[in-house]
Design a protein around this ligand. Structure first.
Ligand code: UTP
Length: 312
């Protein structure tokens, strides 16, 4: 079945980003010159997911405005003959068919996904976290969708991390899927795993593996019935990982089965201040217009930093 729908949760409180995220969601903070969320919608559209549901909180209006036409601004840019910026603001309105639903209270990522239930109509769908950027040069979703199509069930994205960082993520026990089960998909070895025992933010000692679940999922719609029954878990929030644990233990006839695709490309986490700054610098260096001048300045600036700071 062709997957066409993407759900993008962007209704979290963003407490790690306060005060910047007091009146606007962290997902609208600029990464160079474009809101983080626009990169994510672009990624969905590039993977053929042209029906996008944004799960928004109290800032739903601002989020939707970004993906809508801005007639007044367009008229001003048109009158000035500023075609480059005109194109840029039009592009975000033309990327996909963007809808939004409000998550009345930030009860957790699992609850945010549950808010999409009415929109999904019983088919598999993708979830992309709005503060997690995957570099467009390293496409991940097409592989995940091909794996879901072949194996059924649900598929999450995984990233190898040092053990001492695993407690920042969800993790799961992983068994390689035999290569012949993936024949013809063009996926390299040691990339697709059957997962069991997913757990949210485990301590390094309890972690079932060093594979971290990152912010891309292709979910079987059976997840909704499970989420409805999932009580608040870690941090008092309804955790998507807890619902994944139920899916992993279910037979395929009931929408069960959980797989992971290991991602080895470029990813930028914009959800906390340090990784956000790193994302901005990395993407600014690669920016076609700003990159050369910025990289030049950055090299000079880095050379002025005292050694003690460089080590920190
Ligand atoms: P995070 O845990 O990174 O977001 O959720 P947060 O809760 O906003 O962050 P802090 O810890 O307070 O700084 C991952 C993604 O899930 C969304 C967030 O917006 C983010 O994109 N989310 C989280 C929701 O949409 N609703 C929620 O209730 C929780």
């Amino acid at each position: 079945m062709t997957i066409t729908k993407a759900v993008i949760p962007a209704a979290g409180l963003g407490t790690r980003f306060l005060p910047a995220s007091k009146a606007i969601p962290k997902e609208l903070l600029p990464v160079v010159d474009t809101p983080a969320l626009e990169y994510v919608v672009r990624e969905a559209a590039a993977a053929g997911l042209t029906n996008v549901l944004l799960v928004a909180g109290k800032t739903k209006g601002a989020i939707l405005d970004h993906f809508d036409r801005a007639w007044d601004l367009e008229a001003i840019l048109q009158a000035k003959g500023d075609t480059v910026r005109l194109e840029a603001i039009r592009e975000s309105a033309n990327l996909a068919k963007v809808h939004a639903v409000r998550q009345a209270a930030p009860l957790g990522l699992g609850h945010a996904v549950l808010c999409a239930r009415e929109h999904i109509d019983g088919e598999p769908f993708a979830v992309l976290l709005g503060d997690d950027l995957i570099d467009q040069r390293d496409p991940l979703l097409p592989t995940m969708m091909a794996v879901q199509d072949r194996l059924g069930g649900s598929v999450v994205a995984l990233m190898e991390v040092p053990r001492d960082q695993i407690s920042l993520y969800g993790s799961a026990a992983a068994q390689p899927v035999p290569d012949q089960a993936l024949d013809g998909l063009g996926i390299g070895p040691e990339t697709v795993f059957a997962l069991s025992r997913p757990v949210e933010k485990p301590s390094p000692e309890e972690a079932p593996s060093n594979l971290a679940i990152i912010g891309r999922y292709v979910l079987h719609p059976a997840v909704f019935g499970i989420l409805e029954q999932t009580p608040p878990g870690r941090g008092g929030e309804i955790q998507l990982t807890d619902a994944l644990a139920t899916l992993a233990g279910r037979p395929p006839t009931q929408g069960g089965g959980l797989y992971g695709v290991v991602f080895r490309g470029r990813r930028y986490d914009t959800g906390d201040r340090l990784s956000y700054l790193q994302a901005v610098v990395q993407l600014a260096v690669d920016h076609p217009e700003l990159g050369p001048a910025f990289a030049n300045w950055l090299q000079g600036f880095a050379a002025t930093l005292p050694a003690s700071r460089q080590g920190g």
